[in-house]
Every structure is written in C-alpha cells, then in structure tokens.
Design a protein around this ligand. Structure first.
Ligand SMILES: Cc1ncc(COP(=O)(O)O)c(C=O)c1O
Length: 443
C-alpha cells in the first residue's frame, strides 16, 4: 500500500481548505502540523488505536489518539454501548438528562473536596465557564494564568499587547486578533514553578484578582511546595484557585492529578477524556466557589443533551475498573525505552525528558530538529504508522502494537542515521517541513 500517494483524502483536504478557513477546527489536527502534503487529513473509521483514511489505507495511531480525548481508545465498546442505548432512547428532549445527577455524584465522590458540578461539552468553553463562575463569585475581574486553556477571549487576552506572553504555555505565538483590546491586562501569565513571578502578580494585582487558573501539572510533577505556595497566596488575596485537568486528568492517576499532590483547588475542570471521544466537560467546585453559578447567566442548549453524560458515566466506570492510568503509563514507559534504545543503537541524539510516560515525548537534539521530526513522521507514515515526537498512549495499545512500532522504529532510526551520515537531510523530505505553530494556511 502506498501511504504517500495523493488520493481522495489529500484531494478532499486541498478543496476543504478553500471552504474551511484554517483548514480544520483544531490546530493540532491540521495535517501541516505533521507532514504537509501527505498527512491524511480525514478518517473514515476509527477503532482502538487504529484508523482508516478515505482511500481505505489503515494506520496505527502512535500520536495523540484524538488529541488526548480517547484514553480508552477509539470507539471503546462499553462507551459505545452506553451511547447507542442513549441515542436509541432519544438523546435530546425538552426535559433534562437524569444521568447528570449520577455523574455529578460520581465526580464529587472521586474529588471529596468538591460538592457541586456544572456540565459543558468542549474544553475551551469549560474553562470559560469556570472563569465566569469565579468572576461572579468573587465579583472581581482579573485572572492569573499558567498553562494552556483553549481559544477563548478570557485566555487569549494575555497576549494582547505582548504576543509572546503565552509562549512556553504549550502553544507559542497565539494571535489574539479579534479579542477586544479592552481586555488587555485582564489575564496575567506566570510560568510553572516560578514562585517569584507569581508573587509579583499577587503583589501588584492581588486585590482585584478573581482567580488563578493553571494546569496543576503538564509533563512533570511540580517542584516541591510550588502548588501549596500558589494555593496559599491565592487564598490570602481572596481569589479562587482553579485547576485545569483537561489533558492531565485521569492519565497519571484516576481523577484529577491534583489528588496525587494532595493540593485541593476551589474549582477544577475536565473535558476531553471525560467522554472518551464524546463531547463532555465538567466544572467541579466547593459550594462557596460555585456560588456565582447561581447568579451569573450560564446556560446552553447542548449542555442538556444526554450522550455526553451517558458516555462519561461509562468512561469513568471503565477507567476505574481496568486501571487505565497504570496501563497507559506502562505502555508509555516501553515507548520511551524504545526511543532511547534505537537512538543509542544508531547514534542519534534525542532527549526524552523525565516527564509522565502517559504523555511520552522526545526531541531530536540537532540544529534542524524540526526537519528531523518531519522526516521521522514521513518515514513512519510510509509504513502505515501515524507518528510524531509525542505519544499519548491509550488502553487499546498493547504488546502486539508495540512490537509493530518497535520494528518500524528500528528501521526508521537506521535510515535517519544514514541520511544524516550522507549529509542528505535537506533533500530527504518529500514536501515542506512541519509547521511549528499557528500560521495562515492560504492567502
Ligand atoms: C489543559 C487544556 N485546557 C484546555 C484545552 C482546550 O480544550 P478544547 O480543545 O477541547 O477546547 C486543552 C486542549 O488541548 C488543554 O490541553
């Protein structure tokens, strides 16, 4: 099977880009972020950690598996069964889904510090609801932020006046064009583990701070005492601490990762993994912190459909039953070991860091590291493997798939070593190198 042949999938994307500004609805699914001109833009079917494009070509997903949304794997049978039943019984009605009450109870049992829950469907809007509630509860406006929290105005406001303010928070160079300039100064970024930078914000703006919004961890544990420091300073100035668990939650342990650190926020929010691919988000909090949700108008039609809560109940039950976090961390560990083993075998310099193996990643240590990354993707794609320098493993990854990946990796690293040795890196790519951030696609 020729994986680089220009077929229906590529042609549809070339056309799709002229109809859909920015090409896709999510930057991280943009083919140009992987292999411009060749990466399959669309899928016809997805199951476990495998998928098929519109030309019937089969792939193993050794990337983010639905950008981290499907921790159990694509189309998990237990989640699908719950969803199909709900669809057959009617998923939308004039009345409300009773599943949301059971789900709220379950989330509060898993996070005993929380006693109230509001539901949403997507990640960015979940963060926006959490911030709105905090602003309404505290009757203050400013937020201090650390980490990535989505596309919404309240967050991108940090880049007004300084487009680099959010660099180092996952996605660099996010353009706040279209965000009202009047929001300038309402979102103040601080860096992870930077107590001093955080304290400066508190000293200057503490009186008007509604909330501190942060990912409690992204790739690594916090430095000793950092989260406690943030929590205490936040409370001293009368603001609320909000943890964004959208990506890290459930992966390292069952529930939010903050449970592992034993630092409770006032509000935490979840999306992605919660519905294992079905839209579902939740904002959980203490009764006091959530009070603003009684008075601020926070209301949306599709937050009342039933598929999301049904999927989330099935997902949470299964993730606990199968100990999904142990499985994905074991798989991730094996992958990191493979990267190091074959990099050493072929004398390729890489850095795998020391982060959570559930979000395994490596970097080519080379002056043309992005070209090497693109080449790696190209060579793996030729073998029917979707690959980049990150793997968010799932419950569906198993020894057999690891074996297929290992064999491919051995060959691809050996070819990369030969290309480097022959000084042929520049001409090795069949197209342009991968984009590294948000960029205009067509004029
Ligand atoms: C920590 C975090 N918060 C918020 C979001 C935004 O979620 P969504 O893309 O569903 O809007 C993401 C997405 O990657 C995320 O990783």
């Amino acid at each position: 099977m020729n994986y680089l042949e220009n077929g229906t999938t590529q042609k549809l994307y070339e056309y799709g880009k002229t109809r859909i500004p920015a090409g896709t609805q999510l930057l991280s699914k943009r083919p140009e972020m992987f292999l411009p001109g060749y990466w399959p833009a669309y899928f016809s079917k997805a199951k476990d950690c495998e998928c098929w494009d519109l030309d019937g070509r089969h792939y193993y997903d050794m990337t983010t598996n639905g950008i981290g949304a499907c921790l159990l794997g694509f189309a998990d049978p237990d989640v699908s069964e719950a969803v199909i039943k709900r669809v057959q019984d009617g998923s939308m009605c004039t009345l409300n889904p009773p599943e949301e009450v059971e789900l709220a109870d379950m989330l509060c049992e898993i996070h005993p510090w929380a006693s109230q829950v509001r539901f949403t469907r997507t990640g960015g809007e979940t963060g926006a609801v959490a911030v709105r509630i905090a602003r309404a509860t505290t009757k203050r406006s400013l937020v201090a932020i650390c980490g990535y929290h989505g596309w919404q105005d309240w967050y991108l406001a940090a880049n007004l006046g300084d487009i680099a303010a959010l660099d180092g928070h996952l996605l660099p160079g996010l353009n706040p064009l279209g965000v009202p300039r009047e929001l300038k100064g309402t979102a103040l970024a601080f860096k992870y583990n930077d107590k001093q930078g955080f304290e400066e914000i508190i000293k200057k703006y503490g009186d008007t701070l509604a909330a501190v919004v942060m990912e409690p961890a992204r790739y690594n544990d916090p430095e000793h005492g950092f989260l406690e420091f943030v929590r205490d300073k936040t409370h001293q100035c009368g603001a609320l601490l909000i943890f964004d668990e959208i990506t890290i939650g459930w992966r390292v342990n069952y529930g939010g990762i903050h449970l592992k650190f034993d630092v409770n926020p006032d509000i935490a929010f979840f999306a992605k993994t919660l519905g294992n691919g079905h839209p579902m988000g939740a904002v959980i909090g203490t009764k006091n912190a959530m009070d603003g949700a009684n008075t601020s108008f926070i209301s949306s039609t599709y937050w009342t459909e039933s598929v999301g809560p049904a999927a989330a109940l099935a997902t949470l039950k299964k993730m606990k039953e199968v100990n999904v976090s142990k499985h994905v961390n074991d798989i991730g560990n094996s992958i990191v070991k493979m990267w190091n083993k074959y990099a050493a075998k072929y004398n390729i310099k890489i850095d795998t860091g020391d982060g959570y193996s559930a979000l395994a990643h490596f970097k080519f240590v080379h002056e043309s590291s992005n070209v090497l990354k693109t080449l790696f993707t190209q060579l793996m794609l030729e073998k029917g493997i979707l690959a980049s320098t990150v793997v968010y493993s799932t419950f569906a990854h198993n020894e057999k798939i690891l074996g297929i990946y290992e064999q491919a990796l051995d060959d691809v690293f050996s070819r990369i070593a030969n290309i480097l040795q022959d000084g042929k890196l520049a001409e090795s790519l069949k197209g342009p190198e991968a984009h590294t951030g948000f960029a205009r696609l067509i004029n």
